[in-house]
Design a protein around this ligand. Structure first.
Ligand SMILES: Cc1cc2nc3c(=O)[nH]c(=O)nc-3n(C[C@H](O)[C@H](O)[C@H](O)COP(=O)(O)OP(=O)(O)OC[C@H]3O[C@@H](n4cnc5c(N)ncnc54)[C@H](O)[C@@H]3O)c2cc1C
Length: 1003
């Protein structure tokens, strides 16, 4: 008697209770094999194929097309007897045919491309298009991770993306579909069916594409397919006994040394063809798996594609008979020459290896099976780089033998960026001719590297030691012998130690460069973010200009970064308590002050402006909140993981975060950047700290809550912040007394500029220098400031509030820096010019490191830290920094003053022009002040520009470009500046200084 099995409506998801029959793919009586699709049904999620795992014949009654069938109810039947087309009406079928639902597809499959010789499967990393999206030929629809890199999947057919698409994270076998293209948008399966990352598509997808659905879009691998050379006079091998083999297959077999006996033939009637022979050459995987395998206890997880590729290549390398040779090389001269020529040390070393190789070409050859040598002249060196996810990637610097250093540097910069995110094309990582691995940055004193089939030598560079930097070559003894390598290393040593002949003038290496600095420099292009299974590779503590710029730069370069800030919005002091609110007040004050010139220029009736404090505050707050929201949105858009909370170190790789609400938690990190700023510092003057709580004493952190501008304001401290505040409130109608302990206010500003500004200021407010503040007391609105002048005469200033403008000081007391080995220099964190602290994985930037406490300084240092964390050596150069004091007129500096230059041993000269001779300044009545140009007499290079002028905040940009661009007086003298603008003064100044230098040179 026939055995019958029910094909039941499967339950695809928890929510599915029924399905609708869409098609029957087989008819009653048709033969059904395991894995055949018999029908398609529509569920609440998608259209699915019903796949049957029971061989037999389809039998009715079949559910009608369009019928709704409950989950578990029969759709049709399978019988084991041919000709049995329907079961009896009263038969109860209890046995079920095993079924599986797989996403139904229509259209042309987008198959997982084979992007390298070794690739067998790929992981879907992103979909760049969504189901239903229109696709043009040449569009990138997805990115996939191969065993070597992350690659774009390009399609060569117009249409619309259709599901089911392999979910992000799915592993798809090469040649298997990862999505589909349909010719009409209405056919696109956009029901959201994705193949979950838990499923391997290769396991699920058993539907062979229909003949008409030939994959039309297989991206062409960019590497050439394996070529079998037919050159040479090797006689073909004999035909295997009783088997057919094509003459070409026999010839190839002879060249490759393949035994044809036992080889499966894929030609007509089983004839062995050349492709069968080529396949018989063992792959790295086959070699690796053919070795005896030793059992290891535990629950192993499958390796990822990349892990497998490395494992196979390393095991295959056991077929190479290798030996090691080490030479110590002094890289100091090369390091400094590379720096002077703006070339990374990695590129310089690669070039040196290539130059030495010109004399020892064997180093670049390779053994080829069987018993052949590939004599290559192209120097395509693989250079190991750490990728952002902690793995090693080996991008290839091509054509080193023929390209100049600048071109190589530019190739390298672009390669490294993509290597870090594994975005390399096959030609950028496949088939190097020699390899360089630099682990000096990890501090290893000696190591050897493993060459893989295809190269004869790999160079391992360790950290600089007392005898130099160890360069170890591991060579393939079938290609090289010990003497070859020893002589090569001797030539390489000469090349590296005397770089003048090929790397331009490098200058003499300094002591610092020959020590640890040299080791750091050589390793610079390798990211110092330590490898590890961290929650986040980099954590930035502080979201002011320093932290935010650092986080953005890292995120921009594909590094996952977390920014911990103990305020709801980024921006730090600059946005919430510093630059922005103070300049919003200054803008209102400017409008009041500027009216004073109106009458001079013939405009009457505007000289009695009134302050609308409520509106001033409303406008200021609008600017702040808008900018804060914009910044947060941009940060999140850039995928920075922004966390609100207070960060403190637990150890060198753990940060504790205490959020405003909820429990503290910890995150682990590879590297950290501290950018916590510096709050206002209040010295222990009697009554100063005590009156902070009442608001009788305010600082730059707390002045932003005033109900009204004070009628009388006492300011303690005559630095930039004190002066800016003094003039703002003076313009708002406040009577201001400024007390300064030192003999001069504005101590940080260039002498002549400061003196001129002070003279102006003293016409507007009372300034007492050499003052001793004895006590501050009272209540808000009735404060008493008791002080003595230079002559020790005591006075009391009655005022509404006292502003303590006594500087800013980093407060790192709660960061636990001692636990992580970060040293301090006074209150500030000690860093080098790369913003690295004494703990190798911790950087610090901005106000917290002292120096110029300015927003753009912090931001620049943030980018310097980011750059170093990315592996590109970068330094903060204070000699090119700048700043503006938003006084009236505004003071500004770029670079060095003459005094600062002289202190550094530079023979500096300056020229100055008063604003009073400038046409535009005369027109607008803004004739106060001057501009000064400082130049290095020897080179004529402009090294400083100093300002006291209205509109310095705009004019200074020109000065910044001159100093940053290291322009000479001659260049600026020849530049054409527009008339009438104040910028004309720059040309005048340069010509004046040049003339003076010419005249004095003649004497
Ligand atoms: C009144 C005034 C006017 C100014 N005007 C100018 C100007 O015109 N031009 C100019 O260039 N500069 C100006 N500055 C200086 C400028 O504000 C600072 O130099 C700049 O903000 C410093 O940036 P930063 O990133 O180092 O620190 P900050 O801007 O101070 O940012 C640090 C951030 O870290 C957070 N933080 C601190 N500790 C932690 C922790 N443990 N965990 C988490 N988060 C933490 C803070 O809350 C803050 O958000 C002015 C300053 C003041 C006070």
């Amino acid at each position: 008697m026939s055995q019958h099995y029910a094909i039941t409506m499967p339950q695809l998801s928890d929510t599915m209770t029924e399905g609708v029959v869409v098609t029957w793919e087989k008819q009653p009586g048709d033969r059904v094999e395991r894995g055949d699709i018999v029908a398609t049904v529509e569920t609440d999620k998608a259209i699915m194929d019903v796949e049957v795992f029971k061989a037999g014949y389809l039998a009715g009654p079949l559910a009608d097309v369009g019928a709704t069938i409950a989950v578990g109810a029969a759709l049709g039947y399978i019988t084991d007897t041919a000709g049995d087309v329907a079961i009896a009406a009263d038969e109860v079928v209890e046995e079920q045919a095993q079924t599986e639902m797989i996403p139904h597809h229509a259209g042309t499959p987008i198959v997982m491309p084979q992007l390298s010789d070794t690739m067998t499967e790929g992981v879907v990393v992103t979909w760049e298009k969504q189901p239903g999206d229109a696709i043009k030929r040449g569009d990138i629809v997805a990115t996939v991770e191969t065993d070597k890199a992350i690659m774009d999947v390009e399609v060569f057919q117009d249409g619309f993306l259709s599901g089911p698409i392999a979910d992000v994270g799915s592993v798809v076998e090469v040649g298997h579909p990862m999505g589909f293209i349909v010719d009409d948008a209405s056919k696109a399966n956009d029901t959201g069916v994705t193949i979950s990352s838990d499923h391997k598509v290769k396991d699920m997808h058993k539907v062979a594409p229909h003949a008409a659905d030939k994959p039309a879009n297989i991206p062409l691998p960019k590497t050439a397919p394996v070529q079998i050379s037919t050159a040479g006079k090797v006689p073909p091998v004999a035909r295997p006994a009783g088997r057919q083999a094509s003459p070409y297959a026999r010839k190839v077999a002879a060249q490759l040394g393949v035994n044809l006996a036992g080889l499966a033939g894929s030609g007509p009637a089983g004839v062995i063809v050349a492709a069968d022979v080529a396949r018989a050459r063992p792959s790295m995987a086959e070699v690796a798996h053919s070795l005896p395998q030793v059992d290891v206890p535990g629950q192993g997880r499958p390796m990822t594609s990349m892990e497998k590729a490395v494992s196979h290549a390393m095991t295959a390398s056991l077929t190479l008979p290798t030996f090691n040779v080490t030479t110590n090389i002094d890289i100091a001269a090369l390091t400094s020459a590379a720096k002077a020529n703006k070339v990374s040390v990695t590129v310089a070393i690669a070039k040196a290896c290539s130059l030495a190789m010109a004399k020892f070409p064997r180093m670049n050859w390779a053994y080829q099976p069987v018993d052949k040598l590939v004599e290559r002249g192209n120097h395509d060196f693989g250079v190991a780089v750490m990728s952002n996810d902690g793995g090693l990637v080996v991008p290839i610097l091509h054509g080193i033998e023929k390209k100049p250093l600048e071109a190589l540097q530019s190739d390298w910069t672009s390669l490294v960026e993509r290597a870090r995110v594994r975005k390399l094309s096959p030609s950028e990582y496949a088939n190097p001719t020699f390899t360089i691995s630099n682990m000096g940055m990890l501090g290893v004193s000696h190591f050897t590297a493993i060459p893989t089939p295809g190269i004869a030598a790999i160079l391992a560079i360790a950290a600089n030691g007392p005898q130099g930097t160890p360069f170890t070559i591991t060579g393939d003894h079938r290609v090289l012998n010990g003497a070859d390598v020893a002589l090569y290393l001797a030539t390489l040593k000469q090349t590296i130690e005397a770089p003048e002949s090929w790397l331009g003038a490098g200058g003499t290496a300094t002591a610092a460069e020959t020590g640890a600095g040299a080791a750091a420099a050589v390793s610079a292009p390798v990211s110092p973010i330590p490898e590890g299974n961290w929650d986040v590779p980099v954590v930035v503590v502080g979201g002011g200009p320093g932290g935010e710029d650092c986080a953005r730069d890292l995120a921009d370069h594909g590094i996952k970064v977390m920014m911990v800030n103990n305020e709801p919005f980024p921006g730090g002091e600059c946005l919430w308590r510093g630059c922005i609110p103070s300049k919003a007040w200054r803008a209102a004050a400017d409008n009041i002050r500027n009216r004073a010139h109106d009458a001079e220029m013939g405009v009457d009736g505007t000289n009695a402006p009134e302050l609308n404090w409520e509106q001033v505050e409303k406008h200021r707050r609008w600017v702040q909140t808008s900018r804060g929201e914009m910044a947060l949105k941009a940060d999140k858009g850039m995928k920075i993981d922004v966390r609100e909370g207070y960060g403190e170190f637990v150890d060198a790789h753990t940060l504790k975060i205490t959020p405003v609400e909820g429990q503290p938690y910890v995150v682990s990190f590879g590297a950290a950047v501290v950018a916590t700023g510096a709050p206002a510092f209040v010295p222990p003057i009697p009554g100063a700290r005590e009156n902070l709580a009442s608001g009788g004493v305010v600082t730059s952190d707390t002045i932003w809550n005033l109900a009204n501008p004070p009628k009388k304001l006492g300011i303690v401290g005559g630095g930039v912040i004190g002066v800016e505040m003094a003039q703002i409130f003076r313009d708002f109608g406040t009577e201001v007394l400024m007390l300064e302990r030192n003999d001069r206010i504005l101590a940080e500003i260039e002498d002549e500029i400061a003196k001129t500004l002070i003279a102006s200021l003293e016409k507007e407010i009372t300034v007492v220098t050499g003052a001793a503040i004895n006590e501050i007391s009272g209540t808000p609105g009735a404060m008493k400031l008791r002080y003595a002048n230079k002559e020790c005469v005591e006075s009391v200033f009655d005022c509404d509030i006292v502003l303590m403008a006594t500087g800013k000081r980093p407060d790192t007391s709660r960061l636990n820096l001692d636990k992580v080995g970060v040293e301090l220099d006074g209150a500030a964190i000690k860093v080098d010019t790369r913003c690295q602290t004494s703990a190798a994985n911790i950087y610090a930037v901005g106000d917290v490191i002292g120096g110029y406490m300015l927003a753009h300084t912090a931001a620049t240092q943030g980018r310097v830290a980011a750059s170093n964390l990315l592996g590109h050596a970068s330094e903060y150069d204070q000699d090119k920094d700048c700043g503006v004091t938003f006084s009236r007129p505004q003071a500004g500096f770029v670079g060095l003053s003459v005094a600062q230059a002289k202190a550094k041993g530079i023979d500096a000269v300056e020229a100055k022009m008063p604003m009073s001779i400038d046409a535009k300044a005369m027109i607008t009545g803004e004739t106060e002040g001057m501009i000064k140009l400082v130049a290095d007499k020897a080179s004529g290079r402009i090294i400083g520009v100093h300002f006291l002028a209205d509109h310095t905040d705009t004019l200074i940009g020109t000065g910044v470009m001159m100093v940053a661009g290291e322009m000479t007086l001659t260049q600026v003298a020849k530049a054409i500046f527009p008339h009438p603008t104040q910028t004309e003064l720059f040309g005048e100044l340069a010509r004046r200084l040049l003339n003076r230098l010419r005249r004095t040179a003649k004497k």
